[in-house]
Design a protein around this ligand. Structure first.
Ligand SMILES: [Mg+2]
Length: 102
């Protein structure tokens, strides 16, 4: 399943479950993504089975794609993924991690 398909599935779930679904809800959705990141980190620190850690990371993806659906609805996230991947590949070795050389 590609990101654009995932966005449609997430939208269907949001509507079915009556979750937040307005542009003004975007900050909440991004906050929830952070919360799920914390849950993933906590699960890893506690030595939780990999499946549970993966589930928390998928929750992060859910919220990010859900936020993207409302924040930038005209952007094809599959195309953006490819564009950003190429952009990052074109950057220098250890870009953004200059502190590691100090
Ligand atoms: Mg969770």
């Amino acid at each position: 399943m590609h990101l654009e398909e995932m966005k449609k599935e997430i939208e269907a779930l949001v509507i079915k479950k009556g979750f937040y679904n307005k542009p003004e809800d975007i900050p909440k959705k991004l906050l929830f993504a952070f919360i799920e990141l914390g849950e993933a980190s906590d699960s890893w620190k506690k030595g939780t089975p990999e499946e549970k850690i993966a589930e928390e990371l998928i929750d992060v993806i859910f919220y990010i794609l859900d936020a993207s659906r409302l924040a930038c609805p005209t952007v094809d996230m599959d195309a953006m993924f490819k564009t950003k991947l190429e952009k990052n590949h074109s950057r220098p070795y250890q870009y953004g991690e200059g502190h590691r050389n100090k």
